[in-house]
Design a protein around this ligand. Structure first.
Ligand code: NCD
Length: 331
């Protein structure tokens, strides 16, 4: 964003305002996980736990009363859009949802996307934006005057998903350092994998990447991990990683990102997580998935207590409550 123009805050006494602004995320665009320090992460996780307690006790509160969020999705979404809406409403704020019927062909030309943002910001205090082009959300943020939160830019990043993924790992396993995390599926186009990999590279973890050859992790990310001295291995078989993994992070093969559908058909049934496979896994481990799944985790795995993907969904709302409160200065 280009200027600080948030009204409710500027009615506060200067000492109150200073306390709010000391929160490092205040009025910041949230574009990439690279902008988060470990201190920011600890702070967001602490607040997310408080949000979870608040929701369990009271359901809603007035923390963001008087604020409005525009939720703008140029690509399909179930969890990300609805959890941002639920987060804002639980904090007493209002939402302008623009998640259906968008003809993104007309905004993909760049200027019209910016015009949409410059229009919507007249009605709201923060914008959540998902768009099919890599870099488009950052570009929109350059022009907008309210904070923009990246809800996925094509095969680029999905920072809020990575925050909720990391929060889930911490909550389920009690730590992040020392863990072996295996990422499985479409590592080339999967933006959740890209963001989570970057975030995990701040910790002392071992990473295993399981994919067909055509969907391997992008080289720039692999080089970043190697430069940081992270213990990494690649394989094309889940069987190679299942016994030692503390976290099995499964993703779908992303049909919509393939230009050649014959290539998609070759890899679409590349792997399946079944109860039989889970017998080989540790007793204390978790299976995660950003969802939607399209057959890669069998429904029969859902009753396994190690299947954490729906708990992960719930954590998403608490993380987004914490993030919206921080960005809007209600820390
Ligand atoms: C993911 C996404 O949109 O990148 N879903 C999500 O946000 N929870 C994963 C996917 O679409 O496969």
């Amino acid at each position: 964003m280009t200027a600080k123009t948030m009204n409710p805050l500027f009615n506060l006494e200067s000492h109150q305002r200073r306390a709010l602004i000391e929160n490092g995320l205040y009025l910041k665009d949230i574009l990439s996980v690279e902008q988060f320090t470990k201190e920011d992460l600890d702070y967001i996780f602490l607040r997310a736990n408080e949000m979870s307690e608040m929701a369990a006790r009271w359901g809603t509160c007035d923390l963001l009363k008087g604020y409005t969020l525009a939720c703008v999705f140029y690509e399909p979404s179930t969890r990300t859009s609805s959890s941002f809406i639920a987060a804002m409403e639980r904090l007493g704020g209002k939402v302008i949802p623009i998640t259906e019927g968008i003809q993104y062909s007309s905004v993909s030309k760049g200027e019209s996307l910016i015009d949409s943002m410059l229009t919507l910001e007249q009605y709201c205090d923060v914008i959540v934006l998902r768009h099919p082009e890599i870099g488009s959300v950052a570009k929109a943020a350059k022009y907008a005057h309210v904070p923009i939160i990246n809800a996925g830019d094509g095969a680029g990043e999905h920072p809020t998903q990575a925050l909720l993924d990391l929060f889930t790992i911490q909550k389920e396993l009690g730590k992040i350092d020392g863990l072996k995390v295996a990422m499985v599926g479409d590592l080339r186009y999967g933006r959740t994998v890209h963001s989570l990999t970057k975030l995990l590279s701040q910790y002392d973890v071992s990473l295993r990447f399981v994919s067909p050859d055509t969907l391997r992790l992008p080289l720039d990310l692999m080089n970043m991990l190697i430069d940081k001295g992270i213990n990494v291995r690649e394989t094309s078989k889940v069987q190679d990683v299942i016994e030692n993994a503390d976290v099995l992070y499964v993703t779908r093969i992303q049909k919509e990102r393939f230009t050649d559908l014959a290539q998609y058909d070759e890899v679409k049934s590349f792997f399946e997580i079944t109860p039989e496979l889970m017998e080989k896994a540790k007793q204390k481990m978790i299976v995660m998935h950003p969802l939607p799944r399209v057959g890669e985790i069998h429904y029969s795995v859902d009753k396994d207590p190690r299947a954490a993907y729906f708990r992960q969904v719930q954590n998403g709302m608490f993380i987004r409550m914490a993030l919206l409160a921080a960005v809007l200065g209600q820390a």
